[in-house]
Design a protein around this ligand. Structure first.
Ligand code: HEC
Length: 262
């Protein structure tokens, strides 16, 4: 099956908006017009970047699903070991991407993606392992181990180990470290338009073909609204003013930057 691929050529960059389904391969024989990177390479990096974003977001979603367990003050040992986390992560990622992390060798995805996905699972489990004392603290309710905190810790370690940058960002970020750069801002503005197709990513090859950048949109579920929903301006339990987002609205994005070695 061919996925519709539309190219919007901006000066010095290839800017593309590609459809969602993970198992559909985008295919065309053209070359990217300016960057000198073969289109096939661009598509492989784009596929890899999308899978990394889905995996980071799957980890965030697992953390979200277990939030009331973490914040249960009546229970010390939460039993949320790195292995328990991994099993939930594998299920979540399989349902969202169609890729089975337990059978990565056979998966029809780029080899580079396999290596990076393994690394991202490893790093995510390390973050859960390191959080054990925090999660199992007795007599404390809200512990602050939330999707964004998990995501930031995982992203920082992953970037350090692989050189592939992962970042959570939003147009009006709570944490100034998550502030968007120019490319991220343009993509976030596109995602914020209710007419923008759901689940589409935005990616580009930077000038001179230095890296593949991809923005993967995040939409609110009910759980997010506890903190990011209405009433706008009222403090949530993390102490930040709520954004007043509604169900299904864009809440930001995961930004991926993969260096392209020619
Ligand atoms: C318990 C409250 C809470 C929940 C639930 C929550 N968030 Fe957040 N979110 C935060 C906080 C606090 C930050 C800032 C964390 C930091 O200091 O880096 C944040 C940061 C973010 C960011 C990074 C940009 C920024 O504002 O700094 C994104 C994107 C985001 N959240 C999206 C979501 C989505 C999507 C969901 C639901 C799947 C969600 N959040 C659930 C509290 C929450």
């Amino acid at each position: 099956m061919f996925r519709r691929l539309c190219w919007m050529l901006a000066p010095m960059v290839v800017f593309m908006v590609c459809g969602g389904g993970e198992r559909e391969a985008a295919a065309t024989r053209e070359r990217s017009p300016d960057a000198g990177v073969p289109l096939q390479t661009v598509l492989e990096f784009e596929h890899t970047a999308r899978l990394l974003a889905i995996l980071l977001d799957s980890g965030r979603a697992v953390i979200n699903d277990n939030q009331s367990l973490f914040d249960d003050r009546t229970r010390a040992d939460k039993g949320f070991t790195p292995d328990v986390f991994e099993r939930q992560l594998v299920d979540m990622f399989r349902s969202r991407s169609g890729v089975d992390l337990t059978e990565l060798e056979e998966a029809r995805i780029p080899d580079g993606a396999k290596r990076l996905l393994r690394e991202l699972v490893l790093v995510s489990k390390q973050v859960v392992a390191d959080a054990q004392p925090e999660l199992n603290r007795p007599d404390v309710g809200f512990k602050g181990f939330i999707p964004a905190v998990f995501g930031a810790r995982v992203a920082a370690r992953f970037t350090e180990r692989t050189g592939v940058r992962l970042k959570q960002t939003a147009l009006f970020p709570r944490n100034p470290r998550n502030a968007p750069d120019a490319m991220e801002r343009a993509a976030l503005e596109a995602f914020a338009d209710p007419a923008f197709p759901r689940e589409k990513v935005i990616s580009e090859v930077t000038a001179r073909g230095g890296s593949l950048r991809l923005m993967f949109p995040l939409y609110t579920t009910r759980q997010c609204l506890d903190c990011h929903g209405e009433p706008k301006g009222e403090l949530d339990r993390t102490g930040y003013p709520r954004e007043g987002l509604k169900l299904g609205q864009n809440a930001g994005a995961i930004s991926v930057m993969i260096p392209i070695r020619k």
